[in-house]
Design a protein around this ligand. Structure first.
Ligand code: PEP
Ligand code: MG
Length: 362
């Protein structure tokens, strides 16, 4: 995979010498990882496993969600586990010995349920009914993330077993990715504790099957205001946090990520209430303040907790400077933003040094 042109590569290498903040990529496939590594990503900060089920593979996840009975669900989970095993082998091979944060399923149901009438037309009226019973007025606030995993208790173990056994296969080729398993949309420490238990059990199952204890870290997304406020309690169960600033922005402002608020945001920018969309630039007074508070509280419990940002803001220079000032470990952004993030992190570090020297910001 081609990297940047030579002059830019040299400039980016200078930037790497200057920066403190790490830069990772949000990537779901081996091809995206290859591209991002060529652009200088140091690892994967977010693999959204639900994205591995979009398109042709939608039936794999649909049949788990819409299974008629526990046996049908177990069968569907087995198919999902097999597919994930292949996904993860490819992903981990591309990652190499770098760190990789794999987020267990966070599937907003509206992206995965069949359209109204679709199951009926396919000759499955019972699935049509089950799908209808799962449709939500606010799916982004609904049965997502860890919540779904607590209703379908075999879901996360199936994914985690696929991941750990893929690691064992890849390690046999001499490659040992630094695995980080991440739980999404947590707002209660109890949710994280339960999910951590699923992952631990999966690691034990794979160890019994293969004789290999897969090394991994367990962490959580911080993407609800409650998670930020309860950071100290969450840090008891998490070795790392990744701030999901997309959802955190949605939930802090109460602005939907997807809907009509776009008009409001434009109008507010025209009025001068906002200088940029808060979904694009970290708002230091609201979302940023919650992050700062969470960082402080988490460090009281676990001083060495690893901290990153994986929302869209991880690719925005001003937001990157904010993360650098807070002393986060890394930002994670889409592949094409990786060079921008490397430059922005260097800029932030150099500005900090400049202000140390002169006593004022430069
Ligand atoms: C986020 O909420 O910031 C995040 C990275 O997760 P997603 O965009 O997948 O909800
Ligand atoms: Mg999110």
């Amino acid at each position: 995979v081609a990297g940047p042109p030579p002059e830019l590569s040299t400039l980016l290498e200078w930037a790497d010498d200057a920066r403190r903040l790490g830069v990772r990529v949000n990537a779901d496939t081996a091809a995206e990882v290859d591209t991002a590594i060529a652009l200088g990503a140091e690892g994967v900060g977010l693999c959204r496993t639900e994205h591995q089920f979009l398109g042709e593979r939608l039936p794999l996840i649909r049949s788990v969600i819409l299974a008629a009975d526990p046996e049908a669900r177990d069968e569907a989970l087995l198919a999902l586990e097999h597919a994930q095993h292949e996904d993860f082998k490819a992903l981990l091979t591309a990652v190499g010995d770098r760190p990789v944060t794999v987020r267990l399923l966070d599937a907003p149901l509206h992206e995965f349920l069949p359209a109204p009438g679709e199951a009926e037309a396919a000759g499955d009226p019972a699935a049509e009914q089950r799908a209808a019973s799962l449709r939500e007025a606010n799916p982004m606030l609904g049965l997502r993330g860890v919540r779904l995993a607590l209703l379908h208790e075999r879901l996360y173990p199936a994914q985690a077993e696929a991941l750990f056994s893929a690691w064992v296969d890849v390690a046999a080729t001499g490659v040992t990715p630094q695995l980080e398993v991440m739980i999404p949309l947590v707002s209660l420490p109890e949710e994280l504790q339960a999910a951590a238990g699923f992952v631990r059990d999966a690691a034990a199952t794979v160890a019994a099957r293969t004789g290999v204890r897969v090394p991994y870290r367990l962490g959580t997304m911080i993407e609800t205001p409650r998670a930020a406020l309860l950071a100290a309690d969450l840090a008891e169960h998490a070795e790392f946090f990744s701030f999901g600033t997309n959802d955190l922005t949605q939930l802090t402002y109460g602005f939907s990520r997807d809907d009509v608020e776009r008009q409001v945001l434009t109008a507010y920018q025209e009025r001068g209430f906002l200088t940029a969309s808060p979904f694009a630039r970290l708002d230091p007074h609201g979302v940023g303040a919650l992050i700062a508070l969470a960082v402080e509280r988490a460090r009281t419990v676990r001083p060495d907790i690893k901290l990153g940002v994986c929302g869209e803001h991880g690719g925005d220079p001003e937001s990157i400077a904010f993360c650098d000032d807070l002393g986060l470990d890394y930002v994670s952004c889409s592949a094409h933003r990786v060079p921008v993030a490397r430059m922005a992190a260097a800029h932030s570090a150099l500005r900090e040094r400049g202000s140390d020297r002169n006593g004022t910001a430069t």
